[in-house]
Design a protein around this ligand. Structure first.
Ligand SMILES: [Zn+2]
Length: 142
């Protein structure tokens, strides 16, 4: 099982690429960071090469307090990957952070049965170490 036991070890883990390495490096230290354009200040997540507002490639990384609310969600009932066959149904959420421009972070709310997930539910980040390289931000009711 993964660090939090959300998914079995056969679950594919995200690829760490040069664009996303700063995000994953911070996550290994249990810090949630979000890209911010240093020309116009627009936050963006997931990481992109260019700012969607002004097309600048210049950016820095800003640490979030890791709190937000469920913006929307779905309940996965069909195992789209064989590793999830024993864990369906489970939730997939978009968390709107309270800071960092209110960007949306795709994740899961742990320890939350499917019928208890609600839009607007306050959540806070928890960390799920799934490999030496990847620690995934998930959320719990906060
Ligand atoms: Zn910009």
């Amino acid at each position: 099982m993964s660090g939090l036991g959300c998914f079995p070890p056969e679950m594919p883990v995200p690829l760490v690429e040069p664009l996303t390495e700063p995000f994953w490096a911070a996550a290994r230290d249990r810090r949630l960071v979000v890209q911010r354009c240093t020309d116009c200040g627009t936050f963006r997540h997931l990481p992109h090469v260019l700012c969607p507002a002004c097309q600048s490639a210049r950016h820095d990384w800003v640490e979030s307090a890791g709190r937000g609310t469920v913006f929307t969600y779905t309940i996965v009932v069909h195992p789209v990957h064989s590793a999830t066959a024993d864990v369906v149904p489970y939730n997939v959420v978009l968390v709107q952070l309270d800071d960092c421009g209110g960007v949306l972070v795709p994740s899961n709310v742990v320890d939350c049965p499917p019928d208890e997930v609600r839009v607007g539910m306050p959540v806070e980040v928890v960390w799920d170490r799934v490999s030496d390289e990847v620690t995934i931000p998930r959320f719990r009711r906060g």
